[in-house]
Design a protein around this ligand. Structure first.
Ligand SMILES: Cc1ncc(COP(=O)(O)O)c(C=O)c1O
Length: 384
């Protein structure tokens, strides 16, 4: 299980395949015990070298764009459950071909586009995203139920019967939550939508279920889902589409210290990775990622405390949520390994400042396999 970071080029994202398997086994257990389908949301986990493995445990994948739907089709060999906040008319033919389920964000898009989708794939099952107007997510940018939200149809906009042709409902209001938050969410959703849930064949409970986090009460989730199924015998399928839970703590971003700068008592380790370009959630959420071998300086009387600085020239491209303490002084050439950098982080990188993009690799069968490097052409080809 132990990774030899000396073998790994810097900078690199590294997926630890054994850790991914641990997560997949937990998710598969939930599928089997609760009789639900768990699919992988690509927005949170798109490490496609792992898709054949994921496809052998989970029931498929969820797309939020044509590109994601196509990647699912090409690399997992299945049709996607697709939900886009808006569909682009020019893309419908292709999306239809790659999808088994299409969820609309509004009744009007369903009205306008259903025939076009059907024309290109008559087997598609249509769904509607509902907005339960309840969410426990405190960070507004991640809260789809905030007042005035553009995501999902609120109950007051729907009649007692669903628009003709809608076979499924979909809600997504959780983010890194536990099963007790889901229980309260289901309670609120049923208050507003139970008569409509009775009219459909499938219900997609979105993502945000951090089932693979230590301490998640898997038994409570299974019992909750079984009870829910019991209340709606009409439901042929209950679907959960987590992204974060698939890649939760399954790998690293390996970086190297290129310089150390001291200014007014602040020592900054200048890295070959960027918070802005390669770990944007650290600035957006914000949160402080764990560095292997480092500890929190707060309350500790130690000398070897460093700020982690990114490689772009953005003034705020450093870890502003707090410094890191180390047992020994850091020096140029040392590796710094950020933990839990596979879900979302890898998907959200950019070529901001044109800085070197981390390579992608996998720790498999006790060794490192380099899968992809990035260079000038990748930077240039995304611009014009
Ligand atoms: C519609 C939808 N489904 C699934 C997910 C995946 O959520 P998570 O990665 O938190 O499990 C998201 C995340 O934003 C989403 O918007």
């Amino acid at each position: 299980m132990k990774v030899d970071f000396a073998q790994i080029p810097s900078p690199s994202f590294v997926l630890h395949e054994e850790l991914l398997k641990i997560n997949l086994n937990i998710l598969n257990l939930v599928q089997k015990e609760a009789g639900v389908e768990i699919i992988c949301a690509l927005k949170g986990f798109a490490f496609w070298d792992g898709f054949p493995l994921i496809g052998s445990y989970l029931s498929g994948a969820a797309a939020s764009s044509l590109n994601e739907a196509r990647l699912i089709h090409e690399k997992m060999g299945v049709k996607a459950h697709t939900y886009c906040p808006v569909y682009i008319e020019d893309e419908i033919k292709e999306i239809a071909g790659y999808s088994s389920h299409i969820t609309f964000n509004s009744v009007s898009q369903h009205e306008r586009l259903k025939e076009k989708f059907q024309q290109h794939n008559p087997d598609i099952s249509f769904g509607l995203r509902i907005n339960p107007e309840y969410s426990e997510v405190e960070t507004e940018i991640y809260n789809p139920a905030q007042p005035g939200s553009r995501l999902g149809v609120t109950a007051d906009k729907l009649n007692d019967t669903l628009p003709e042709g809608i076979e499924g409902l979909h809600f997504h209001v959780l983010c890194e939550n536990d099963s007790y938050a889901l229980e309260r969410t289901l309670h609120e959703t049923e208050k507003r939508f139970s008569h409509l849930i009775r009219q459909v064949k499938w219900l997609n409970m979105g993502g945000g279920h951090l089932i693979t986090r230590d301490g998640y009460d898997v038994k409570h989730l299974v019992d909750l889902l079984k009870l829910f199924k019991g209340r709606y015998p009409n439901l042929e399928k209950i679907i959960l589409e987590p992204g974060g839970a698939i890649g939760w703590q399954t790998g690293y971003l390996v970086a190297t210290i290129l310089d150390i700068i001291e200014n007014k008592g602040v020592k900054t380790a200048m890295l070959d990775v960027s918070f802005a370009a390669h770990m944007p959630d650290c600035l957006e959420m914000p949160y402080k990622p764990k560095i292997i071998g480092a500890f929190d300086p707060a309350g500790n009387d130690n000398e070897h405390v460093y700020r982690m600085g990114g490689t772009t020239c953005l003034a705020g491209d450093y870890m502003g949520m707090g410094d890191y303490a180390f047992e020994v002084p850091l020096k140029v050439g040392d590796k710094v390994v950020f933990d839990d950098m596979i879900h979302y982080t890898m998907v959200k990188t950019t070529f901001f400042n044109g800085v070197k993009h981390p390579a992608i690799g996998v720790w498999r069968d006790g060794g490192f396999k380099l899968l992809r490097t990035f260079g000038y052409e990748d930077y240039k080809n995304k611009l014009s």
